[in-house]
Design a binder for this molecule. Structure first.
Ligand code: FDA
Length: 511
């Protein structure tokens, strides 16, 4: 057991943690960051290369002996490993998260989507929306190196046939579509296709990590923070809980090895504590600390307003469209069938049905890169969460439970059914029952949000109510849904909070 003392401690290295680390170090502050997953860059990247979707190794999966993808898990491993993608299974909901320095940025699709202004306003009624549109979203986009797919490339590459087909089918069904910016470098992708560089997005790499091309956080925010010389990252450090001390907080940490076994215990004392373990991780730390660390001053809202961003995965089996189209082709209508045997893993288009008040949704046109034509269209549909769930702590198992029932996701299933029905009516096809029982996956959550919400559990700048020098700047701040893929919003909110925190809470101690 060792004891350490630091000034500024950041728990978690996803979007919230990365922004906190950069802005603190740029303000001249020393920062220690704790991350339960691996630093994938350390020792020359010895735990890489990351796995692709088709032949995953044990570095694909967080401490389980088989892959835990939303579908088609056939790979088994001899040994558990602190792999990059975690799935946390709760009753009625399976929550995915990235593990390692960079958090979700290591495993996500890179879609950098700005929410609808009106919905942002609805979700955050106390924030100055124009300030976000003028300052924080542009800043987040710049730092995250967001770029857009060039139209001429999109129009002709075989790797985006799935998206072009998805768009044209959506139009045929009367839906509007949008092109979506991304942090994956499209210059790099073009070079992949031209065989000038090693392939990544075009070689089925994404949810188990990208080896090239994606500007994940270790290449943007975290890299910049390291360059200040003031950031120290401890990987394989899993925080259990914390408690208040005279001068700040004592944080109780398990140091683990790559098989997940505890090899050391540490108590790290700090003055300023930044919780950025993601929606589930941060809420769990707070609830565990209330129980074990006797932190009884948290606001009563802690654990409420949790949601899955209205996530539901669904798909369409296009085999019967094949027969229709073969007929069409025979009559020379020049239709091509299916979504293509070559597919980029990086989504770039979406179906925007947000303005339809009865069925508001945003559907990401997702790839299903199996290397062969599978005649299947895949979508991640994002919805409002009118009835959020809650998270509570269960001392008997020392874990949280997510209280998430049919009432919380009923409307997402209804919206997805409406969407698929309309698509099939216009284009042919059947709900993709081969992917999931019943063809809909309302229990698959890629976008956990909330649990310690801005303006409720914290003040309007991420300061935890009831305590001093205790902050949250991650997805836990966003109540239940934001209507689009969330990391751009999480980054923008973290930037906004950190600006205020550094300006006001650090101004005295700098003197
Ligand atoms: P995030 O989860 O990123 O970071 C938290 C970090 O804290 C993790 O590194 C974790 O290991 C660490 N941690 C947790 N508990 C800890 C503890 N007790 N001790 C120490 N460390 C701890 N979004 C989007 O906008 N566009 C997209 O295309 C996608 N696609 C996508 C695909 C997949 C497969 C997933 C799983 C997710 C997405 N997302 C996405 C969602 C996006 O990645 C997610 O919203 C953000 O990563 C959340 O950022 P946070 O900073 O809140 O937490």
């Amino acid at each position: 057991h060792t004891e350490e003392n630091v000034e500024n401690l950041v728990i978690g290295s996803g979007y919230g943690g990365a922004v906190a680390a950069l802005r603190l170090t740029q303000a001249g502050k020393k920062v220690v960051m704790l991350e339960m997953g691996l630093d994938w860059e350390k020792e020359g990247g010895k735990y890489k290369p990351f796995s692709n979707l088709i032949t995953p190794k044990n570095n694909s999966t967080w401490l389980k002996k088989s892959t835990q993808a939303p579908m088609m898990n056939i790979a088994h491993f001899n040994k558990k490993f602190t792999g990059v993608l975690d799935r946390m299974d709760y009753e009625n909901i399976k929550v995915y998260a990235g593990r390692g320095v960079g958090g979700g940025s290591l495993v996500n699709g890179g879609m950098a989507v700005q929410p609808k202004k009106s919905y942002f306003k609805e979700i955050f009624p106390n924030l100055n929306v124009d300030e976000f549109w003028d300052n924080y979203f542009p800043l987040a986009k710049k730092e995250l190196q967001v770029n857009e797919i060039p139209e001429d490339y999109y129009a002709q590459t075989p790797y985006y046939k799935f998206a072009r087909v998805g768009e044209s089918e959506a139009h045929k069904a009367g839906f509007e579509t949008v092109r979506v910016p991304n942090v994956y470098s499209f210059d790099y992708m073009k070079k992949e296709e031209a065989d000038e560089v090693p392939k990544s997005a075009l070689a089925k790499e994404v949810i188990y990590g990208n080896n090239h091309g994606k500007q994940s956080l270790e290449k943007t925010y975290i890299k910049k923070a390291i360059q200040t010389g003031l950031l120290h990252i401890n990987d394989l450090h899993r925080v259990n809980y914390f408690q208040e001390t005279e001068n700040g907080y004592a944080v109780f940490v398990d140091v683990i090895d790559t098989e997940g076994l505890v090899v050391a215990k540490k108590t790290i004392s700090c003055k300023n504590l930044f919780l950025n373990a993601g929606s589930i991780g941060t809420t769990k730390l707070l609830l565990t600390s209330r129980y074990k660390g006797k932190m009884n001053n948290f606001d009563a809202s802690l654990g409420s307003d949790w949601g899955n961003n209205g996530n539901i995965m669904t798909g369409r089996n296009m085999v019967n469209t094949l027969f229709n189209r073969v007929e069409n082709e025979a009559t020379n209508t020049n239709h091509t069938t299916g979504t293509g045997s070559k597919q980029s893993t990086i989504p770039v288009s979406g179906i925007d049905n947000w303005e339809d008040k009865e069925h508001s949704f945003f559907a990401e046109i997702s790839p299903l890169p199996m290397g062969v034509e599978v005649y299947t269209a895949l979508y991640l549909v994002i919805n409002k969460v009118p009835t959020p769930g809650t998270i509570s702590y269960d001392p008997s198992v020392n874990d949280i439970q997510i209280n998430w029932e049919k009432k919380n996701y009923k409307h997402t299933v209804e919206n997805a059914k409406y969407f698929i029905k309309k698509m099939n009516k216009a284009n042919g096809g059947t709900p993709a029952g081969l992917l999931w029982k019943g063809a809909y996956g309302p229990d698959i959550c890629y976008h956990p949000l909330g649990g310690a919400v801005l303006g409720k559990t914290t003040d309007l700048y991420g300061r935890v109510k009831g305590y001093k020098n205790l902050y949250i700047t991650d997805g836990a701040l966003v109540p239940a849904s934001i209507g689009v893929n969330p990391f751009l919003t999480i980054t923008a909110i973290a930037e906004y909070c950190m600006k205020e925190i550094i300006k006001n809470d650090y101004s005295v101690s700098t003197k």
